[in-house]
Write a protein that binds this ligand. Structure first.
Ligand code: HMG
Ligand code: MG
Length: 298
């Protein structure tokens, strides 16, 4: 049942850099994204069109997009929480956009300042514009295995909002373990519920690695036929509205595991490690990826 190929969605330049204390210059971000492309990544989240007051690290997303190559196989996407963000994404030439909702009411309020139901209403013009401009829309659901404010989250709540996003026009739902609290058992329980109603081909997993469970959870997802994995180079990342949540699972660690399992991803580890080393040289902290540390040590 394991997939033979996995598509990696590299979120380091968005989910990673949105949570770093250091706001990097446009040129550094662009060099990083280009280095990720050279490593073989073809789906790259390049930024987000959100309020610069909420997430100042992403305020220069339009400038980043302006510097990205257009003659490439790579799809550069951006988060768009509302019509204003969508207009900006279209103007910037984003190749794909993503809306983001939550399975927990409290997180929805803290992250996007509205209820889950209101967030779906705000997404309606995003879908209308996406249709008009022929842009694919990805849907994120946060807090799929736990909420920093409410604790445990029921798989049924995740199903409900995932289904709503698919009905509105998302081509894929990325399941966000925002605080990284999920374990393989919880992942299995979540997928047992979701896969009764949604095909594996429409699901992606987006695991933060706070408790070191991400790779184990990914293995469960692979065994259930899911073949899209979100990860961040070097383990960059976190979430400004989930205190203590650490970065996404490191892309290097995912690729190392996939390589070992004979599952192709198209990503070259050595080139990827160089890309991550380059971005971390601009941050005041070391990478969290164990695979990256091992590569750099040998
Ligand atoms: P709001 O304050 O409720 O919105 O924010 P508003 O419509 O009342 O507007 C207030 C001000 O924001 C206005 O400016 C708007 O123009 C401006 P003012 O008139 O006061 O100067 N504004 C915008 N500016 C730029 N771009 C926009 C935009 N929209 C309004 N798109 C809003 C609502 C959603 C905008 C706000 O709450 C926000 O930006 N939140 C940021 C959320 C965010 O980026 N979170 C991190 C990403 S999600 C994540 O990391 C989870 C994920 O990785 C999955 C997982 O791990 O779970 C995806
Ligand atoms: Mg995230």
């Amino acid at each position: 049942k394991l997939p033979t190929h996995v598509s990696i969605v590299e979120v380091g330049a968005r989910d990673g850099l949105q949570n770093e204390a250091t706001t990097l210059p446009v040129s550094v971000k662009v060099d990083f994204i280009n280095a990720l492309t050279r490593a073989g990544l073809t789906r790259i989240e390049a930024g987000s069109f959100v309020s610069p007051r909420w997430v100042p690290q992403m305020a220069d997303t339009a400038e980043v997009f302006a510097c990205l190559p257009t003659d490439t196989e790579c799809t550069y996407s951006a988060l768009t929480p509302n019509e204003k963000g969508m207009q900006a994404a279209i103007a910037a030439g984003a190749g794909e956009v993503a809306v983001f909702a939550a399975a927990s009411e409290s997180f929805s309020q803290k992250n996007i300042n509205c209820s889950i139901a209101d967030s779906l209403t705000r997404f309606a013009p995003v879908f209308a514009l996406a249709k008009q401009h022929n842009l694919p829309v990805r849907g994120y659901v946060s807090c799929v295995m736990g909420c920093p404010y409410e604790g445990s989250v029921k798989p049924e709540a995740v199903l409900q909002v995932s289904q709503a996003l698919l009905d509105m026009g998302c081509y894929e739902i990325s399941l966000g373990d925002t605080i990284g609290s999920g374990t393989p058992g919880a992942t299995q329980a979540l997928l047992d519920t979701l896969l009764k109603a949604i095909p594996a081909s429409k699901l992606a997993v987006h695991f933060h690695d706070t408790y070191g469970q991400a790779l184990a959870n990914i293995l469960v997802a692979l065994q259930q036929g899911i073949s899209v994995i979100d990860s961040a180079a070097g383990g960059l990342g976190g979430c400004p509205y989930a205190a203590g949540a650490s970065g996404n699972v490191a892309t290097e660690d995912v690729v190392y595991m996939l390589d070992g399992m004979g599952i192709s991803s198209g990503v070259d580890l050595t080139t990827l490690v160089a890309a991550s080393a380059q971005i971390f040289s601009h941050l005041n902290r070391p990478p969290t990826s164990k695979t990256m540390a091992a590569f750099l040590a040998t």
